[in-house]
Design a protein around this ligand. Sequence first.
Ligand code: DGL
Length: 267
Amino acid sequence: MPKSDDRPIGVFDSGVGGLSILIELKKLLPHENFVFLADQKYVPYGEKTKKELVNLCVNITDYFVKKHDIKMMVVACNTATCYSIKELRQNFKIPIVGTEPAVKPAAQNTRTGVIGIISTPATSKSKTIKRLITDFTHGTEVINIGCQNLENVVEEGDLSSSKVKVLLNKYLKEIKNSKADRLVLGCTHYPFLRKTIQAMVGPKVKLIDSGKAIAKHAKSLVTKNLFKNNQVGMGKTTHFTTGNAQRFSKVASKLLGAKVVAFQAKL
Ligand code: DGL
């Protein structure tokens, strides 16, 4: 058996959204240690330029490598992946897993030939989403909607208030009025709105996020790189935020249904 590697896996997002990916990672890699960073000082990423995003993501990766000696990193953010994954892979040697909207499975499985995609304004305009649509949706009608402020309600821990419903009504209108039977949740904050979104689009529309696929890919890389942590017990997760640690802890505890005590990260 290869030597046990107890270095943590770094996972980051602009905020609490990345926890939706962390949940899936912990299911498939229960013995691994994780360091989670929410870059809440700069949330929302969905309103930033490529240059700003590359700078932020390079800084975070540098922090993870230098301060936490991570063995691998998961970019638990579609926006950050779309605009910075290439630069991150050029600048750092560790394996890096990105998160992209699950356009391919949605297009493969639609029966009506119509799919919807909701994501941040930046992701909806990105070259990545255009590439995914061109490569995987031949003959399928795609309704691609950029949603301003939707990540911000999740940041507040608000998952179903009238404010959330007003926003969702606006962004889901075109999709609801179409024949779409698959809806891609192209931002890692949105799985926390799943119940509210499902109630609004009805049971015929299947919601698809990337969490499970990302976790599967991360697991295969851990195995391939002989990075496995062979400890018998469960791994440990440490949470950090560049924003307010108390606020993060409160919202993260609500979203995860378990007590989280986060630390302030100084990058
Ligand atoms: N959770 C992020 C994503 O998947 C971005 C949210 C934001 O900060 O705008 O795109």
